[in-house]
Design a binder for this molecule. Structure first.
Ligand code: AMP
Ligand code: MN
Ligand code: MN
Ligand code: MN
Length: 281
């Protein structure tokens, strides 16, 4: 079966494989079309594209943009964006500036909670420009504060915990404007993960479509079977195209693997069948 995996991360953001390693692993896993979608950066694309040029797996340039919507952080994928687009690149630079400020703020808060050296400690785990909460989590595990990354998030990095700093990312229409300016397809990432009420989710999808959004990530490494069916129904109801991606971050997360995805439920219109989807030459 032809395999699309349209969501994954490299060391350019919070993944642990370098872009070329990621491409090699995806190819070995039988992926036919891979989208690299690092958080708020396109930095990994050039290396991934060089690696992908050696074989016949197709690589799609993408990005996963951090958005603040109703005081919540949401992730919007831009699939098949032009990595050279200036308005997209400038927009992402603004998000990087917020990340840098936030990292200092997280470190200050952790310091007050008795955990020193977090900024330098987290920075030792980053390999690209992006400093993510995941890098802080690795440092806290290293310091013996929790047994694993998941527990660090639970006890330190989420709302109400000592190292939490509220997101101040871009608005939903702004993220969509950047993606559309770059010729990309906007897709809401892992929609079930936000745990929105039915009415809030309907409002989000309405506003998303209004701003030019086209797709919903129906199949995701972080969706249960029920989540998948629920999101498939919503994609049909709201006439959104359905996308599929593992949200792979690296081999340390063995329960999420590149290309290991559920099939799209019946009745979904796949994003890769959209007229705007890039065709093989
Ligand atoms: P950031 O964009 O820097 O706020 O970091 C968000 C990233 O942290 C997500 O993309 C996930 O990779 C990771 N993350 C968020 N929540 C959790 C969690 N509960 N357990 C493990 N990783 C998480
Ligand atoms: Mn991540
Ligand atoms: Mn995400
Ligand atoms: Mn992701």
């Amino acid at each position: 079966m032809f395999c699309h995996d349209l969501h994954c991360h490299s060391t350019a953001s919070d993944g642990t494989l370098e872009p070329a390693q990621l491409v090699a692993r995806a190819r070995a896993a039988g992926v036919d079309v891979l989208a690299l979608t690092d958080h708020d950066t396109l930095d990994g694309y050039a290396e991934a594209a060089r690696a992908a040029a050696e074989g016949d797996m197709r690589l799609i340039p993408g990005v996963e943009i951090s958005v603040t919507w109703n005081h919540l952080t949401l992730h919007v994928l831009g699939l098949n964006v032009d990595p050279q687009c200036q308005s997209l690149r400038q927009g992402l630079d603004g998000l990087l500036a917020f990340r840098d400020w936030r990292a200092e703020e997280i470190a200050r808060k952790l310091e007050r909670a008795g955990i020193g050296g977090a900024l330098e400690g987290a920075a030792r785990y980053r390999q690209g420009r992006i400093l993510s909460r995941t890098h802080f989590a690795h440092y806290l595990v290293e310091q013996g504060r929790a047994p694993n990354v998941r527990e660090v998030f639970r006890h330190y990095l989420v709302k109400g915990k000592p190292g939490y700093v509220a997101g101040q990312w871009c608005s939903l229409p702004t993220a969509l404007a950047w993606i559309l300016a770059a010729g990309g397809l906007p897709v809401i990432a892992h929609p079930a993960r936000y745990r929105l009420t039915r009415s809030k989710l309907a409002r989000l999808l309405g506003e998303f479509r209004e701003a030019g959004g086209v797709g919903l990530e129906v199949v995701s490494g972080s969706h249960s079977r029920d989540d998948t069916l629920h999101m498939a129904a919503l994609s049909r109801e709201h006439r959104l195209l359905a996308s599929a991606g593992s949200d792979y971050h690296g081999p340390h997360n063995p329960w999420v693997e590149l290309g290991r995805l559920r099939a799209l439920p019946a009745g979904c219109q796949p994003v890769w069948e959209a007229p705007a989807w890039p065709r093989a030459a």
